[in-house]
Design a protein around this ligand. Structure first.
Ligand code: NAP
Length: 282
């Protein structure tokens, strides 16, 4: 039976450490939320709560679904210039009439707590110091916290999305894993999955990974968030896979809380870099 990789407990430990680290100072996070997508509204509320619990100041800028691209860009640019704001997050997805990439590019690179700007993504690709996207960073931190080695391991990432699969694959390469990325056009996906020492599913399809697709003792990381009749589940058939895996993340309580903890950590790190550069100027 697999050991559960407890993201909730690990995230709590990280949050407690961050709360200590920012005692007496006030990092600030601005979140931009466009429209009323129910999942986005829930995510933003949980990020706001997480900030206030550890002492990060946060403000939510809510815009209607009809918001114009220029309006959004002006808001993000204004927030980028404000000294009390150290991190900016534009909650995705944005409405279809808005060019997401243009909005993301208007975030000051040093406040890009999601790590989605071209400069941060480019830094990641070239192995330079940059702000790492929260979900991939949280997955790697969870593996590290449980002492699961990455170097030299066969890691199979299923999903090549911009926010999880693609940056995660780069981060794993930077950690010297042998990485295979699968997607909707991959042939014989099961054959790839079965070779994985670490299998990571970021697809968005319930029960996509079943026990017959994994190697005995594999580490299985479930990134998916799916809702079936109001119940939350991941991409992994947890009940069958946990009997064969060596380690497994639950949904909820696995990658999700780690993502939020990494958002807080990225905000604190942006704050600290900004304070450091102020000191160096004086
Ligand atoms: P995305 O950008 O839509 O990417 C989904 C990926 O899955 C794509 O690369 C797609 O392939 C691939 N895919 C779809 N059907 C497939 C199939 N039948 N076989 C193989 N690959 C298939 O989504 P995302 O933003 O990466 O999110 C993925 C999941 O993670 C979602 O459930 C999302 O809610 C969840 N998520 C969770 C967290 C968290 O904190 N826990 C954070 C972010 C996202 P193509 O590229 O070929 O289309």
């Amino acid at each position: 039976m697999a050991t559960i990789l407890d993201g909730k407990k690990t995230a709590e430990k990280i949050r407690n450490g961050l709360a200590e680290r920012i005692k007496g100072v006030k990092p600030g996070l601005a979140v931009v939320l466009v429209g009323n997508d129910p999942a986005s509204v829930t995510y933003v509320a949980s990020k706001e709560k997480a900030c206030s619990e550890i002492g990060i100041f946060s403000e939510i800028h809510r815009l209607p679904e009809s918001a114009k691209q220029q309006e959004l860009i002006s808001l993000v640019k204004k927030l980028s210039s404000e000294s009390r704001i150290h991190g900016i997050l534009v909650q995705l997805p944005l409405p279809p009439n808005v060019d997401k990439d243009e909005v993301i590019e208007s975030i000051a690179v040093e406040k890009d707590v999601d790590g989605f700007t071209r400069l941060n993504m480019g830094g990641l690709a070239s192995g330079r110091k940059c702000i790492f996207p929260c979900t991939p960073k949280g997955i790697i931190r969870l593996l590290d916290e449980y002492g699961i080695p990455i170097e030299g391991k066969n890691v199979v990432v299923i999903g090549r999305g911009q926010s999880v699969g693609k940056p995660l694959a780069l981060m794993l390469i930077n950690r010297s894993a042998t990485v295979t990325v699968c997607h909707s056009k991959t042939k014989n996906l099961e054959d790839h999955a079965k070779k994985a020492d670490i299998l990571i599913a970021a697809v968005g399809k319930p029960d996509f990974i079943t026990a017959d697709m994994i190697k005995e003792g594999a580490v299985v990381i479930d990134v998916g968030i799916n809702r079936i009749n109001g119940r939350l589940c991941g991409d992994v058939d947890f009940e069958s896979v946990k009997k064969k895996a060596g380690f497994i993340t639950p949904v909820p309580g696995g990658v999700g809380p780690m993502t939020v903890a990494m958002l807080l950590e990225n905000t604190v790190e942006c704050f600290e870099r900004s304070e450091h550069s102020k000191t160096n100027k004086n």
